[in-house]
Design a protein around this ligand. Structure first.
Ligand code: 5GP
Length: 193
């Protein structure tokens, strides 16, 4: 998606450890006009699918998921990161290894908000090693719901997540796919000359 690629080129900052900082427009300060375009594009790409719920993970997926949900006209559920060991019985849970923080944490969704009747679209800001999406997929399977696919704003194709998830049969639609990046020369997108 050209609009997004241009914005990443302009405002994205490549950091050590394969991290792209997009804090000024995506996951700290949020450019809602851009989010509208991202939501519209997710709707266009998944136009052939029935979606009853959008599932994301706190915190940085929530804003994008909410704007996207306006186009699908469905509710958003976000998986909570459970910081205590105190788990309520009526929740689905999965464990996720964090890419940015380098530790494992638990995610959970109340059983009231996800069930066998749901057709679920996952939305997240980044796809790196795929652990966040795998954890969310586990919650959907646990709920007996149907997994429609995953909409990702920025996929880093040099990390294994996208390949792994597609090999597992998940439909992944990424709006910007980064082939490579480094601090000196910046970001190279898939399909770029
Ligand atoms: P994964 O689980 O696919 O390894 O990583 C995805 C999660 O890690 C996303 O939810 C996102 O919050 C975070 N993440 C992964 N790579 C980056 C990155 O390059 N920049 C930022 N800002 N977040 C990232």
């Amino acid at each position: 998606m050209k609009l997004l690629e241009d914005r990443i080129r302009k405002d994205g900052k490549v950091k050590a450890g394969n991290i792209l900082k997009v804090d000024s427009f995506l996951n700290h300060q949020m450019d809602i006009d851009l989010f509208e375009e991202l939501g519209k594009e997710f709707k266009r790409r998944f136009a052939d699918c029935e979606v009853t719920k959008i599932l994301t993970i706190e915190a940085s997926g929530i804003g994008i998921a909410c704007i996207t949900a306006r186009y699908f006209k469905v509710p958003v559920v976000f998986a909570k990161k459970n910081k205590t060991k105190n788990i309520d019985g009526d929740v689905y849970t999965a464990r996720v290894e964090s890419f940015t923080h380098g530790r494992e944490y638990e995610i959970m969704v109340a059983k009231d908000f996800l069930g066998p009747e749901d057709k679920v679209l996952l939305i997240d800001d980044f796809l790196a090693n795929g652990n966040a999406l795998l954890g969310l997929s586990e919650l959907v399977v646990e709920a007996g719901a149907t997994l429609v696919g995953a909409g990702i704003v920025i996929e880093k194709a040099f990390q294994k997540g996208g390949r792994l998830l597609r090999q597992n049969g998940l439909r992944v639609e990424s709006l910007a796919i980064i082939e490579s990046m480094d601090e000196a020369s910046g970001v190279v997108f898939r399909g770029q000359d």
